[in-house]
Write a protein that binds this ligand. Structure first.
Ligand code: FMN
Ligand code: SF4
Length: 650
């Protein structure tokens, strides 16, 4: 078909290579796929092969470390000995089979490393890195670091990479030299703009010297560090033409450092394409290709950015974790089949920062590609035996499970007692800034239509339904509901008692909720409902009986939510031990101090959730195989809902 995405699928010349389209898979340190030596394994290769098969014109290996002192995280490719070359060659050879260009990002973490003893331009710890010490590099160590970039580049060149990307952004070593707030050196590497950029230029020279003058080297820079006294857009505009003069092939404009006001990996709270304005500004001052990045998950937005002339190509990170086949599907106009990244940051960067293998909440296959050899939509996958499957509940687990069974060629019916799909996820999507959650529900709904899976709404599991469908397997994805806590005085109080679910479910009566509200809970649901109510102008106090907030969210996502709560003057009190509820208030101890609050109209319960398992009674005496998944198994976050839905049949 004639494709509307002409700009996105127009080839682009970058240095000495041509990419078939303008999609670059952004570098991601994914924290799997290296062996004990730090050499890449088949796991990393197949993860990237999947993205190359999916149609990205260019893919990047993330987080290639050039020096032992620069390890950002333990499980990243190490590029400081020649032993890395052979396995990297296997990787590049595999990817080139799919008409994709393969690059690798090379970096030194500097003061943003996991190591207890870190180095940097100056002995200033990075914000948000609490552990360890930082020592200023000696001049001879700076020279060694420069050399280590060039040596690593030579190894990558020999391993057959089509291009390199030097990591000069995100507060790692190169960017630490650039920014005044991390570089207070008084020698030739600090002080003036010229001195602070010296390290970068020496690195570029060393790479060029040890590879080839025309070997395509791109540089990732920050358009803005978003830090006080940090690197800003005007600095980048000054630097970019100087980089161009050095014969660099492209510039990739990102943003943010550890602890910055805006995060490098923004969550769903930030608008799509939030950093494009930075690329646009850089593009005006150079003639080499410029890439934009940052929540560009919609191919139509990518097209618009290119059509508007704001960038020359588009980097996508998480959107290609969520769906490696995004480029191919977009090219074929199959937009509704693209599994969307929801910007939760939970399965990917949060896991990586917890030192777990990176994955994706909506795509549990990330990191398992080497085992799966998956063909997502092929009906030739049909198993010998076609099962008749009844899924009870059309929340995210039920929808994901039904899709998975249908993709494997089984016959699936869903029954849902409500009139809509989505379960608690569709309620969470009503909180401010959580619209992306609807995207995944819409994806499942479109997929189930495409796969002819019937959803019977307003239908509970019953004997009659079981007889009618006569299923071989039943999957109970019946979700969970808020637990009512037993706290002295709660049910004798004059305050209205509602749960977070009551409020979000009942659109009509939301306006009747009175102004002064106590929220009991400290998890995600409590914070989301507090935000929802505060945005409606309510006075909200959150009483958290635990010592931390919303640990089931990613730290990136939680950061934005906490900022919103601050702005909306929501009062958060933790370590609360409630003595009793009063007619219009509460008496409690927090941090060993007895306190009381009065003049409240409503208590919102948003604490523990209990699985809903009523439907199982109908199955216990039958011979029908049944499984619980998602919250019905154990209330947890979305990540488990979707992966469990797949694991039932593998
Ligand atoms: C798991 C993960 C690891 C990342 N590692 C790197 C990295 O090694 N180097 C880098 O420059 N950016 C890294 N990033 C940032 C991405 O390249 C990208 O800039 C960011 O995710 C925003 O783009 P997106 O919205 O398309 O994901 C990482 C992001 C994620 C999610
Ligand atoms: S885990 Fe969340 S943010 Fe990360 S790629 Fe998947 S959907 Fe996107």
């Amino acid at each position: 078909m004639a494709n509307a995405l002409e700009a996105l699928f127009k080839p682009i010349q970058i240095g000495n290579f041509k990419s078939k389209n303008r999609i670059l898979m952004s570098a991601m340190s994914i924290n799997f796929g290296v062996d004990d030596n730090g050499y890449v394994t088949d796991q990393l290769t197949q993860y990237l092969v999947e993205r190359a098969k999916g149609g990205a014109g260019m893919t990047l290996v993330g987080g290639g470390n050039v020096h032992p002192a620069g390890m950002e995280l333990p499980t990243l490719p190490k590029l400081w000995d020649d032993g890395c070359i052979a396995p990297l060659k296997v990787l590049t050879t595999e990817i080139k089979k799919y008409d994709a260009k393969i690059g690798i990002q090379i970096m030194h973490g500097g003061r943003q490393c996991y190591l207890p003893e870190k180095v940097g331009p100056s002995a200033i710890p990075a914000p948000a890195v609490v552990k360890g010490t930082v020592r200023a590099l000696e001049i001879h160590e700076i020279k060694e670091a420069v050399e280590s970039f060039g040596d690593a580049a030579r190894r990558c060149y020999e391993a057959g990479f089509d291009f390199l990307e030097l990591h000069g952004a995100h507060g790692y070593l190169v960017s630490q030299f650039l920014s005044k707030n991390s570089n207070i050196r008084e020698d030739e590497y600090g002080g003036s703009f010229e001195n602070r950029t010296r390290f970068l230029f020496e690195v570029i020279d060393d790479i060029k010297k040890k590879t080839a003058q025309d070997y395509p080297l791109g540089i990732r820079i920050n358009g803005d560090d978003y830090m006080e006294n940090g690197w800003g857009l005007e600095d980048s505009k000054k630097l970019a033409p100087l980089i161009e003069k050095k014969g660099v092939a492209y510039l990739h404009v990102s943003a943010g450092v550890y602890g910055s006001k805006e995060l490098t990996i923004p969550s769903m709270y930030r608008e799509q394409g939030c950093f494009v304005y930075l690329a646009k500004a850089i593009k005006k001052v150079v003639s080499i290709p410029v890439a934009a990045v940052g929540r560009i998950k919609d191919p139509k937005l990518a097209e618009k950015i290119l059509q508007d002339g704001d960038a020359d190509f588009i980097a996508m990170g998480r959107p290609l974790l969520a769906d490696p086949y995004l480029p191919q599907k977009a090219k074929q106009g199959r937009f509704t089949e693209i599994r969307p990244c929801i910007g939760c940051c939970l399965g990917c960067i949060h896991a990586v920062l917890q030192r777990e293998p990176g994955s994706c909440v909506v795509n549990p296959d990330v990191g398992r590609e080497f085992r799966l050899n998956k063909k997502e939509t092929s009906s030739s996958e049909k198993k010998d035996r076609v099962f008749n499957v009844l899924v009870v509940g059309a929340g995210p687990s039920g929808l994901a499970c039904a899709r998975h069974f249908a993709l494997k060629g089984h016959k699936v019916t869903i029954c849902e007692k409500k009139e809509n799909h989505g379960g608690l996820l569709s309620l969470a999507a009503k909180a401010p800034g959580r619209d992306d959650l609807n995207d995944i529900l819409e994806f499942f709904s479109n997929e189930l239509n495409r796969l002819n899976v019937k959803i019977e709404f307003n239908t509970e599991l019953s004997k009659e339904l079981i007889e009618k469908i006569n299923p071989d397997k039943v999957v109970l994805a019946t979700g969970s509901m808020p637990d009512m806590p037993l706290v002295k005085g709660l049910f004798q109080s004059d305050m209205e008692i509602l749960t977070c679910v009551d409020i979000l479910e009942d659109d009509e009566n939301q306006e009747d909720i009175k102004d002064n509200i106590l929220v009991l809970g400290g998890g995600m649901s409590a914070l989301l409902i507090a935000d929802f109510l505060a945005e409606k102008g309510k006075n909200v106090v959150v009483l958290n009986r635990k010592s931390s907030y919303a640990t089931e969210m990613s730290s990136n996502d939680r950061y934005y939510l906490r900022e919103r709560l601050k702005e909306n003057s929501v009062k958060l009190i933790k370590n609360v031990s409630i003595a009793k509820f009063l007619k219009n208030g509460v008496v409690f101890k927090a941090n060993n101090e007895e306190q009381s609050l009065d003049n409240f109209d409503t208590v919102v319960i948003a604490e523990k959730m209990s699985p809903i398992r009523e439907a199982a009674k109908l199955l216990k005496d039958s011979n029908i195989e049944f499984h619980y998944i998602g919250d019905a198994k154990l209330p947890r976050h979305l990540m488990y809902c979707i992966s469990e839905a797949q694991e039932i049949i593998g």
